[in-house]
Design a protein around this ligand. Structure first.
Ligand SMILES: [Zn+2]
Length: 163
C-alpha cells in the first residue's frame, strides 16, 4: 500500500463528503489500512484519525487514548445522553485551529472491530468526545462547520432574550 498522507483544508472535497460504508466482512485491505492509519495518527500526534483525513472515503477510524488503540469499522451512534459538555477541539485536517464544540457526555456506539466482530460500547469522557469527532468526519462534518451550526442554533435560542 502507498504511504498515506494527511489531507487538510476546510474546503477539501473528501473531508466534506459522507464516507462510504466499509464492505463486510472486513477485507485484508481494510485491516492494513487501519494499521497504516494508526502509524499516521502517531506520527502526527493525534488521538484519533478517520479515513477521509488520509483521502479515503471509507467509514473507518482509529483512536489512541492513554496508549490504548481502538479501531472502528462502520461505527454508528445508537444513543446519546441528554447531558452535554464543551471541549476545545483541534483537528489534524485543520492545523492550528481550535473550536469550542458541544458534545454528548455519553454515547452508545455500534461498530465492527478489526477482526470483523460486531461490538457495542457505552462510553463517556474523552473517548466519547473523540468518537463523536471521528464519526463527524465520516459524515463529512469538520469542527469548523459543527461550531458554526452550534452557534447558529444557540443564536436562535438565546436571541429572543430582551434586556
Ligand atoms: Zn478531525
Amino acid at each position: 500500500m502507498n504511504k498515506l498522507t494527511l489531507v487538510t483544508g476546510a474546503d477539501t472535497d473528501v473531508l466534506n463528503r459522507k464516507a462510504l460504508a466499509a464492505v463486510l466482512p472486513i477485507s485484508k485491505e481494510t485491516r492494513s489500512l487501519l494499521d497504516e492509519m494508526v502509524v499516521v495518527m502517531r506520527q502526527e500526534k493525534g488521538i484519533g484519525l478517520a479515513a477521509p483525513q488520509v483521502g479515503i472515503s471509507q467509514r473507518i477510524c482509529v483512536i489512541e487514548i492513554d496508549g490504548v488503540v481502538s479501531k472502528y469499522v462502520n461505527p454508528e451512534i445508537t444513543s446519546r445522553s441528554q447531558e452535554k459538555i464543551f471541549f476545545e477541539e483541534g483537528c489534524l485536517s485543520l492545523p492550528g485551529q481550535f473550536f469550542p464544540i458541544e458534545r454528548h457526555e455519553e454515547i452508545t456506539v455500534k461498530y465492527w472491530n478489526e477482526k470483523g466482530l460486531p461490538k457495542r460500547i457505552r462510553t463517556g469522557g474523552l473517548l466519547a468526545i473523540v468518537l463523536q469527532h471521528e464519526i463527524d468526519h465520516l459524515d463529512g462534518i469538520l469542527i469548523c462547520r459543527r461550531h458554526q451550526k452550534q452557534r447558529t442554533k444557540q443564536g436562535k435560542i438565546y436571541g429572543r432574550i430582551v434586556e
